[in-house]
Every structure is written in C-alpha cells, then in structure tokens.
Write a protein that binds this ligand. Structure first.
Ligand code: NAP
Length: 308
C-alpha cells in the first residue's frame, strides 16, 4: 500500500516557476490543507497574491515554515545553505525538508549540516521545467508524466521517503531514487552540458562580426532558434547549477571536447562514414525519447509555422 501523500502545511521557500507550479498542482489534487509561500521581494509576493495559488505569503522565513510538515526549497541552489540555517530553529519535529534543486551533492553538503535532529532531509529534483521564471510562469500540469529523482541520505527515515514519493506521484510524476553523485553525473549530460552548449553557441553567434545580428535572427529556424530557447533560461539559476555541479560538468565536458575534436577531424578529412554513422545513432536516440513519452513526434517540435 502506498503512503499518504497529503500534508497539513506545505511551506514553499521560493515561488517562481517550480514553487508556483507545485502550489497549482497541490491545489488541484488537494494535497495540502495550507500552502505557505516565501519570497524576498515584495514584487514577487504581490504577483503571487494576485494569482492566488497560496493560502499565506511571507517575506519572513520563520512564519512561513512554522508548523509546516513539508518545507520545500525552491530558490536558486546557491541560497539553500543560508536559508536552511536561518529557518532551522523554526522547523517542526518530524517535518520533512526537501528541495527541487537541479544538483544534489551540493544540497547534501550545504543543507545537511543545518537540519535539526528529528527533521528529515529528503532532497528531490523534478526533471521538469521551461525557460520561463517567476510566479506567473507556473502551471499545474508541469510535473505530469515527468520524472522526479529523490536522493535520500543513507539511513533516511523510510516513512518520510515513502511519503515524499507518494506526494510527487500524486503531483503526476514518476519517481526514481538515486545516489546524489550519480544524479549529478546523469544531469550533467542530460541537462547541464546541453545548457552550457546552448549558452556558448548563442554567445558565439552574438560575437560574430562577419554575420550581422539581423541575419542571425532572420535565418534562426536553421537550428539556432532551438538553442536560443534553452539559452533564455534564468541566469541566476544556471550560474548556481554550474558552480554547484562543477566536478560532473567538467568530467562530461572533457568527453564532449574529445568527441567534438573527432568530428572536427572527420570533417577536415572528408570522413563521411564517420559523420553518417554518428548521425544515424543520434537519430535513434531521438526516436527512443519520443517512444518514452518525453517529447512529441510532431514535425518542427510541434510548432505551427502559421501561428505567431
Ligand atoms: P524562479 O522562477 O527564478 O524562482 C525563484 C524563486 O526564488 C522566486 O520566488 C524568487 O523570489 C526566490 N529567490 C531568488 N533568489 C533568492 C534568494 N537569494 N533568497 C531567497 N529567495 C530567492 O526559479 P525556478 O525556475 O522556479 O527554480 C527554482 C529551483 O528549481 C532552482 O533551484 C532550480 O535549480 C530548480 N529547478 C528548476 C527547473 C527549471 O527548469 N526552471 C527545473 C527543475 C528544478 P524573490 O526574487 O522575490 O526572492
């Protein structure tokens, strides 16, 4: 029998894309009797108030987490340690403290030492997102059919892990459990390095003097456009991801650079077979992603060219 996914009070520390999407989904599925949201800036709190996805909004951590049985850090990863230290004296015994951060070893390193006795730290990462940010960006369906990875520390309370798993399943996700280091390596190749490549290629195009910026924008449908979507992702969030997953990103980048050099050589020497074989392999990977329900098979990524 699966655990009860309901909480009395969920405190969302951060109410941007991920925090507000959790609030919308919790509301829709009735998973929390009270949703409390925290943000630093009045502007963010006012936007959240106008949308109405939370029962209470706070610019004070202590009041936000008071009596919460689930606290979720949903701010940039680099802020987790300080925020946890500040809220620690106000956490309730038996509460679960979790997060949605895109890296996991750094969460265990930064948050772990501040978690009081009797509070359960169960880090989590929903593999779901868009290039939008802020409280207006959230929507209830964000986590539907997506994976959420839990990285409980050794000896974590099994009931707390089971409850958090049931919660994410109720939000619509499939849940996997992993070691933090393995998570960071997997995400370095599937998400972090692809983002770095997108940031790099868009930066290179911006720096090119022989091609005007007008031409880059005019002819962007040739592939560049899809990189610009990724490269429009939040600068603070992504700065923190790279600073906090340095080891795994550098390891994957080393492999990436070697493979890129091999491609460069194949082009220089006219080795068409090498290029053709690689491109055939990569096309099959796209097919498996579609078969796994992680993207649409519609041509042009489902974009309708007639629509603006
Ligand atoms: P977001 O839309 O930019 O929202 C960030 C939230 O954190 C806002 O409420 C913001 O409000 C608050 N915040 C920012 N800096 C803060 C600080 N120094 N202290 C306290 N609060 C701060 O970000 P998001 O996309 O939801 O990302 C949140 C977390 O989810 C990140 O850790 C990210 O790694 C993870 N994640 C993101 C995605 C994605 O695709 N976006 C996917 C999975 C996981 P104020 O500025 O008013 O404080």
């Amino acid at each position: 029998m699966s655990a009860d996914p309901h909480f009395q009070k969920v405190a969302l520390i951060g109410i941007g894309l991920i925090g507000s999407s959790m609030a919308h989904a919790m509301r829709r599925k009735g998973l929390a009797a009270h949703i409390a949201g925290y943000a630093r800036r009045t502007e963010t709190l006012e936007k959240a108030e106008a949308i109405g996805f939370a029962d209470s909004l706070h610019d004070n951590l202590a009041t936000c987490v008071r009596d919460a049985d689930l606290v979720v850090l949903a701010t940039p990863v680099g802020t987790f340690g300080t925020l946890t230290q500040e809220m620690a004296p106000h956490l309730s015994k038996g509460a679960i403290i979790s997060d949605v951060g895109s890296v996991k070893s750094a969460v265990v390193r930064d948050v772990g030492p501040h978690v009081p006795e009797g509070v359960h730290l169960i880090p989590a990462h929903p593999i779901a997102g868009t290039e939008q940010s802020g409280p207006e960006a959230g929507f209830a369906e964000l986590f539907e059919g997506r994976w959420c990875i839990l990285t409980p520390p050794p000896g974590a309370d099994a009931a707390a892990v089971g409850k958090l798993r049931a919660f994410w399943e109720a939000l619509g996700s499939n849940v996997d459990v992993m070691e933090p280091r393995h998570h960071d390596l997997v995400l370095a190749i599937t998400s972090h390095v692809p983002h770095l490549i997108a940031y790099n290629i868009v930066g290179t195009a911006d720096d090119l003097e022989t091609v005007t910026q007008g031409e880059v924008i005019k002819y962007s449908a040739g592939g560049f456009r899809d990189f610009t979507r990724i490269a429009a992702s939040d600068p603070t969030m992504w700065r923190d991801v790279f600073l906090n997953n340095r080891e795994a990103v550098l390891e994957i980048l080393q492999r990436f650079n070697e493979d890129l050099s091999a491609l460069q050589r194949a082009i220089r020497w006219g080795d068409g077979d090498m290029l053709f074989n690689l491109f055939t392999r990569t096309r099959a990977i796209r097919r498996s992603i579609i078969d796994a329900g992680q993207d649409s098979a519609a041509p042009n990524f489902g974009r309708n060219p007639k629509k603006k």
